[in-house]
Structure formats: C-alpha cells, structure tokens
Design a protein around this ligand. Structure first.
Ligand code: DHE
Length: 491
C-alpha cells in the first residue's frame, strides 16, 4: 500500500470516522490522489462506467478490497468497512453528470510550442549522444539525461505528472517524446537540452508509438475511446480515430506499437476482439482490422514483426496472429499471466526464442518463436514486471517487484537458461527495471523508492560501479539501444 493511503487510512481509523463518510468524501480521501479528483484518471485509470470495460459490480468491490495484481492499486479490505467499499463501488458506477469531451478542438487548443528546435549539426554537449540514458523519475515527475560513459547527469527537467510507458525516440536519437497517464505528449530536444512543446491528446492515455520514419505519433487512449495521430515535427493533430469495431461497439485502446519493418502501427483494443494495423507511409493511415476470438491487450512481436503474440489480462491463453495472413496460428497456455510487453528475444542453440516474465507467478517463460512452443519455464523468487538483456551479453536480468522478494534481481544465463545469480542491491527496497548501455557493458538498475537510486553494475562481473541518487526512477532508456531496436530492450 502506498504511504499516503496508509496514513489516510490510519487517521480515519483513529478518528473512528470511517462509518460516517459519504461516498464522495470516501472517494476524495482514498481514491482521488491516484484516480483524479473528478474521476478522470491520473496515475490510476479514470473511474467512470464508460471506462471500466469488463469490470462490474462485485468485481469492482473485490478490486477495492483486495487491490489489483500487476498495478499500483492497493488493497483497502483492512481499512474500509464492507459498506464503505459497496458505497464506493456504487459511486464510481455512476456516470458523471457531464461527460467531458476531448475531441479535435480540445486537443488542438491544448497545444503549446515553446520554441522551434534550433538548427544544430551536433549536440551542445560533448557526451556521446548515442550512449545517453533518459531516466524517468516518477518520484517528483522529472526526467534526467544521463551521460552513459561518465555516468553523470547532463540535465534534469520537470515532466508532466505520472509518465507511463517508454519514451519514444526520433530515428536519429535527437528528440524524445514522453506521455503522461492524463494524456499529455511532450517533445524534448536532447541535443539542445530543452523542451519543444506539448499537446494533450486524451484524458486518460495508455502509451505512444512513433512511426518508423519518425513523422507520426500515435496515442492510445482509454478516455475517450480513441487513437490520436499527431505530427511529430510540431505536435499538431493529424486526426482522431474513434475506437469502434466492425459491429459498432466502442473500446478502450490498450496500447499502440510501432511495427518498424512493416511501416505500420499495430493497435491493441481492450474491449473488442480486433487487432488494428495502420500503415504509416503515404499519409492516408488506412485502417486494417484483424478479427480475433477475444480481446487481446498486451502484445509482443517477433523480430520480423510478422507475428504478434497477444495475451488478455482476463483471458485464458496467449494467442499468436500472423499479421500478413491476418489469422491466428498458435495458442499457448502459460502459467502466470505473461507480461508480454516486457519480453526480449535472443538465439538459444540456434533457435529464435523470446523470454517473458509473469505478473502473477515467479516464472519466466522461454518460448521458441519458430514453433511457438515453450522451451523452458524458469523459476524466480516472485512475480516480476520487467526483463532486459543486450546482444553483447549472455545474461538477462529480471525483477520480482510484484512479490515479497521485490528487492531481488535474478540473472538468467541465456545459454543454460538457468538463473545463475541473484542480486539484492538495497535490502528491503524495490529493485526493478534494467537497461544496458550502448555496448552492453554496464547495467543500470532502478531502486523504485522516493528517494531512490540508479545502481550501475558491470554487466560481465556483476560488480557494483556506482550509485546515483534519483527520485523513484521508474525506467531508463538508452538512446542507441532504442533507435537500433536492440533485441534485449523494449521497442
Ligand atoms: Fe506499464 C510500459 C501497460 C502498470 C510502469 N505498460 C507499459 C506498456 C504497456 C503497459 C502496454 C508498453 C507501452 C510502451 O512502452 O509504449 N502497465 C500497463 C498495464 O496495463 C498496467 C499493468 C496497468 C496500468 O495501470 O496501466 C501497467 N506500468 C504499470 C505500473 O504500475 C508501473 C509499474 C508503474 C507506473 O509508472 O505506472 C508501470 N509500464 C511501466 C514502465 C514501462 C511500462 C516503466 C516502460 C517499460 C520499458 O522499458 O519500455
């Protein structure tokens, strides 16, 4: 449970005031700091009936009481009475008196360009622009640009509240685009170390993708149910696409991915059984629908991007679709809800494989992507979120941040497929999210606390090199690894 929730709950219990609270007051005390005072979402999703998808009544009460696996949602079963949980459930099931509109006019009106990017032949600093890290610090909503050779920050600047997902880099690595859960997309010029501008593309957004040519940004929204296309150059709106399936049913957009070799965006829809593909060349952005047998909301792609491996948070199996043929070619039942978005690829005994951690079990699944069969299931100390490696290292690092062993990183040998080392960087403190430097020689691990740290290890010997103080560094992203689509990192 987050400290602020614990404190609020303790104060209420001591005061004996829990039974008197009105639903709106309960909401403001326990929910508003994450879900927004107007229920429109912040670090947590918007709590509106239109936005709750398949989660209804009893299921909502269960989430309030027990928390939600694989999210920051804490359990309130010990701090709220049953009637209070029921009152909150009923409260968030009510539509807002006036539903905010966030269409083309509102998006366009929100756009602010602070400056043109200066014409530069090279960066204003001497550090290698390919070996920089962008570190997202959600403790105080800042980002740090870190020199990956000297391991010193070049600058630190404020970002929008609650960034989520990986920032996306222009193909030359000069510009980086961030997205906040409340829908803001920010553009930052790494070479001149200054912000270019921002635009609010939605009320509750999931992630962004940048087209292979670097010209178009796609924004996946839960609220409104839309995919928004922006010009990457000046952040102006190209168009909004309502997320509606072939039968007219509306859906939250779960995520959007750049399928670089296909020059397209691939879109995951939370509530309808379709995958979308949108070619990005030519500027017409025609929509192609691929029918699935259930909604799939977490995707992984093989290196050719011809196959998408999708799982549903509430679904039974993970499915593989051939994007060329537009049909399912395999299904795998994996034990503990794979977090496919965190998967990595590598070669094992000459075969292409992917490895993915699981959100509900302390397991890593190794799957051959030529046959879509499980090669091995490896045990870790507990469920984890992220996994990382690099072409130049035989090791992959994963966390157990969803468990009691949240302070421990496990190192998998990609040759033997065995965990060969456990590292507890700061006992009792959550260790998660790894990124390698450009050459795969150094490993950066986050201590997810506020204040937290970045800890740098030698990738070959696992010896600690340096600790840098950071404010809850949620993720860090190496420019070179990102723009070259390294097989060991997220894309
Ligand atoms: Fe994430 C990436 C979805 C909860 C931190 N997360 C992603 C991506 C998706 C996703 C689809 C890939 C998008 C991209 O990078 O373009 N995340 C989800 C969820 O559905 C889930 C489980 C529920 C939710 O609340 O949305 C979820 N995620 C979380 C968290 O609770 C985390 C740990 C803390 C936070 O900041 O909200 C979290 N997610 C991250 C991070 C990445 C991410 C740091 C980027 C990883 C990377 O290295 O690329």
């Amino acid at each position: 449970m987050k400290p602020s929730f614990r404190l609020a709950a303790a104060v209420l219990l001591l005061a004996g005031a829990v039974h008197a609270a009105e639903p709106e007051q309960l909401y403001q005390t326990h929910c508003a700091s994450c879900h927004g005072t107007g229920r429109l979402g912040a670090i947590g999703p918007a709590l509106l009936p239109e936005n709750m998808g398949r989660l209804r009544g009893g299921a909502v009460a269960k989430v309030i009481a027990e928390g939600r696996v694989a999210t920051q949602m804490p359990a309130f079963g010990q701090t709220l009475a049953r009637e209070e949980i029921e009152a909150l459930t009923a409260h968030i099931a009510k539509p807002l008196p006036v539903m905010p509109v966030w269409g083309a006019a509102e998006i366009t009106a929100s756009r602010v360009i602070e400056r043109e990017a200066p014409p530069l032949a090279k960066p204003v600093f001497t550090a290698d622009p390919m070996n920089l890290f962008v570190v997202v610090e959600i403790g105080d909503h800042h980002a740090t640009i870190l020199d990956g050779d000297r391991l010193e920050p070049l600058t630190r600047f404020p970002t929008r509240f609650a960034l989520h997902g990986g920032p996306k880099f222009s193909p030359d690595g000069r510009f980086v685009y961030f997205m906040s859960r409340d829908g803001w997309v920010e553009k930052y010029d790494i070479w001149s170390l200054q912000k270019i501008g921002e635009i609010r593309a939605g009320i509750n957004a999931r992630n962004i993708a940048l087209s292979a040519d670097g010209r178009t940004i796609a924004v996946a929204n839960y609220l409104p149910n839309s995919l928004v296309l922006l010009n990457a150059a000046d952040l102006s709106l190209i168009r909004t696409l309502d997320a509606v399936d072939a039968t007219g049913k509306t859906s939250r957009v779960s995520a959007v991915y750049q399928a670089r070799p296909r020059n397209s965006f691939v879109v995951a829809l939370k509530d309808v059984p379709e995958i979308w593909e949108i070619p990005t060349k030519g500027g017409d952005f025609p929509l192609r629908r691929i029918k699935t047998d259930e909604p799939l909301d977490d995707f992984f792609f093989d290196p050719s991007y011809a196959h998408v491996f999708g799982s549903a948070r509430e679904g039974s199996a993970s499915k593989v679709y051939d994007l060329n043929r537009g049909e399912q070619i395999a299904a795998l039942t994996l034990p503990g809800l794979p977090h496919l978005g965190s998967g990595i690829t590598f070669k094992h005994e000459g075969r292409p494989v992917m490895a993915t951690p699981h959100l509900k079990s302390g397991l890593v699944s190794i799957i051959a992507t030529d046959s879509w069969t499980t090669v091995k299931t490896v045990e870790t100390p507990g469920p984890g979120f992220f996994m990382r490696s690099h072409e130049n290292t035989p090791f992959a690092w994963t966390d157990s941040m969803m468990s009691k062993a949240r302070d421990t990183m496990s190192i998998l040998d990609k040759r033997s497929l065995q965990i060969v080392r456990s590292i507890t960087p700061s006992p009792g403190k959550t260790a998660a999210h790894v990124e390698f430097d450009k050459d795969g020689r150094k490993v950066l691990v986050s201590i997810w606390e506020d204040p937290g740290e970045l800890i740098v290890y030698d990738a070959a010997t696992f010896a600690e090199i340096k600790r840098l103080p950071m404010r809850k560094p949620s993720g860090k992203y190496n420019v070179y690894n990102k723009i070259t689509f390294s097989e060991g990192t997220s894309h």
